[in-house]
Design a protein around this ligand. Structure first.
Ligand code: FES
Length: 95
C-alpha cells in the first residue's frame, strides 16, 4: 500500500463548446483554456509572424491564450468559464 491518497475529483455537468466549427467536450466550472487543452488543442493562435502560441501563465497576465469567444475578440481563455453553446474561433495574425 502506497502512502498516496487519490483525490475525489468531481467534474461539472457536461457542456459542448464549438472551436473553429468542431465540437469539443467540456464541463461546467472549467476554464475555456483547460477544456481546450484537455481536448488536445495545443495551438490557440498564431502571431503575425506565424509563430504558434498557447496558454502560459493561466492567470490572465500573458495574453498568450486569447481567442474570439462568441464574437468577442482577444478574450483570455484562461479567465473565461465554459458554457454550453459557446462558439470559439482561434485568432491568426494578432500581436
Ligand atoms: S494563459 Fe496567460 S493570460 Fe491566459
Amino acid at each position: 500500500m502506497s502512502g498516496y491518497r487519490r483525490l475525489d475529483v468531481r467534474r461539472g455537468k457536461p457542456v459542448q463548446v464549438t472551436v473553429d466549427g468542431e465540437q469539443i467536450p467540456a464541463h461546467q466550472g472549467e476554464t475555456l483554456a483547460a477544456a481546450l487543452l484537455a481536448a488536445g488543442v495545443d495551438e490557440f493562435r498564431r502571431t503575425r509572424t506565424g509563430d504558434p502560441r498557447a496558454p502560459l501563465c493561466h492567470m490572465g497576465t500573458c495574453f498568450e491564450c486569447v481567442l474570439t469567444v462568441d464574437g468577442a475578440p482577444l478574450t483570455r481563455a484562461c479567465l473565461t468559464p465554459v458554457r454550453d453553446g459557446m462558439v470559439v474561433t482561434r485568432e491568426a495574425g494578432q500581436s
